[in-house]
Design a protein around this ligand. Structure first.
Ligand SMILES: [Ca+2]
Ligand SMILES: [Ca+2]
Length: 217
């Protein structure tokens, strides 16, 4: 081999080596760039997912706030209704109390007694024979009376002058036709006869007669 040709071989080999090295360098560059691109892509994906999560959380927060406002409104209207109901209950119980005090508490004596003993029976139990001073009360007493009963009216003190057990004078009477007649000059105590018409049921009779009485507390 001549010196010239061996020099050519060396140059060729050298060039070949350079080519191989360049090729290796290019391949390595390519691998690095690809890896970086993948990394950036995955980073982008992560950021997108993160943004989506934030957005959906934001939406949920808005929904929850709306719900909270609705609940608050419902609560307010319930509180309002509760107050209204409470005031209705108060006014109803006051009305009931008024009604009860208007009507009083009534009870009938158990044994048959003369007028004075009937009255004593009522007084022993914290009441007195009933005073009937309105048409409403006359109707009410009549509604539950099922026998002839004493009421708290008499003219024992002075004949013809009817007085209630609280000493007040009689203003409006619900007498049966022809009563009071003071029959035989000996009728001073007043009964309510359930068999008569509701607004015409009173009669004077002997105070010693024994019947039941209506007490009022
Ligand atoms: Ca009389
Ligand atoms: Ca009579």
């Amino acid at each position: 081999m001549s010196g010239g040709s061996s020099c050519l071989v060396l140059i060729t080999v050298g060039l070949g080596l350079i080519c191989v090295l360049l090729l290796i360098f290019i391949i390595l560059q390519h691998i690095t760039i690809t890896a970086e691109r993948d990394l950036i892509k995955s980073y982008k994906n992560t950021v997108e997912e993160f943004n989506q999560t934030i957005n959906s959380l934001q939406d949920k927060y808005t929904d929850l706030m709306t719900e909270k406002h609705q609940l608050q409104n419902n609560f307010n209207s319930f509180s309002q209704k509760k107050l209204e109901l409470e005031s209705k209950v108060t006014s109803l119980s006051e009305e009931l109390k008024k009604e009860a005090s208007k009507r009083g508490c009534f009870f009938m004596s158990i044994e048959l007694k003369n007028w004075s003993d009937s009255r004593q029976y009522c007084r022993d139990r914290g009441g007195d024979l009933v005073i009937i001073n309105t048409e409403e009360k006359q109707r009410h007493i009549s509604s539950f009376t099922t026998e002839r009963v004493w009421i708290g009216l008499s003219d024992t003190e002075q004949e013809g002058i009817m007085k209630w057990v609280n000493n007040s004078p009689l203003k409006q009477g619900f007498w049966f036709k022809g009563e009071p007649n003071n029959y035989n000059g000996d009728e001073d105590c007043i009964e309510l006869n359930y068999k008569r018409e509701t607004l015409n049921s009173w009669n004077d009779r002997k105070c010693s007669d024994k019947i039941k009485g209506i007490c009022e507390k």
